[in-house]
Design a binder for this molecule. Sequence first.
Ligand SMILES: C[S@@+](CC[C@H](N)C(=O)[O-])C[C@H]1O[C@@H](n2cnc3c(N)ncnc32)[C@H](O)[C@@H]1O
Length: 271
Amino acid sequence: MNHHHTPLSHTIDVTQPNVARMHNYYLGGKDNYPADRQVCQRLLEHAPSTQILTINNRRFLQRVIRCLILEHGVRQFLDIGAGLPTRDNIHDMAQRYTADARVVYVDNDPMVLAYGRVLLQHSDQTAVIQADLRHPDVILDHPQTAALLDLREPVAALCVSVLHCVPDDGAPAHLVRRLAARLGPGSFLAISQLVSEDATMRHVITDFMRESTDGHWGAVRRSQDVDRLFTGLDILEPGLADVSAWRADTGLGWRQRTREWIEYGGVGRVI
Ligand SMILES: C[S@@+](CC[C@H](N)C(=O)[O-])C[C@H]1O[C@@H](n2cnc3c(N)ncnc32)[C@H](O)[C@@H]1O
């Protein structure tokens, strides 16, 4: 592999546990390796709810997509921190409600790009690009984003279960501010992030994940840190919540019962 000019996070090393492949493992996928599975098992010792939390977060995504399509007429999605292709990707979820949904998948993991391209190569309604959420303008100005999404029309940016992957360097706030500014009124931001109100829990899991991923991780945060990201947005009902409870009365999911940590967030409209 050519490492010239390649940032650390942009190389494939299957002996180094990796968030995209851990996520794939928890969702029952096959694109993961012993190193990933081992860390997943150890993480379950700290937080036994992690697998159900991952599944619940996908169900939240499904409910968000349905709400945005059926109630707000959204047809364009920007899935930031998309993860490896799975059984039910955003375009699969969206196409249950509308045939004309367009989706740009964004991830900084090169394996996501490689697998995504194979899966999506026959579709002209989807694209996958390799980019870092810390550089929102690179994402929005990318030729494939420009080719597929009309930024003058509403876009739903999905930043779901990804902001905890970046450290407290202002990146989440910068991303949200830039997306809101560039996408403009009538667009939407869906956000979830790992949260615990227990300081010990936050520190133990944050340290564990940073050590396990060679520093490629951010932090478990408090719900108030996520609330702050929505400042200036019009927050859709039922507000910001444990995502397993966000519109959970609709048959697409159940409420999480174990609560060492939760995915917390909701949806805001740019005004
Ligand atoms: C836990 S998965 C979430 C997948 C999906 N959004 C979901 O909610 O099911 C997090 C994904 O974000 C990606 N990621 C982590 N840091 C990132 C960054 N700085 N920029 C872009 N993607 C990132 C990882 O590679 C991984 O695929």
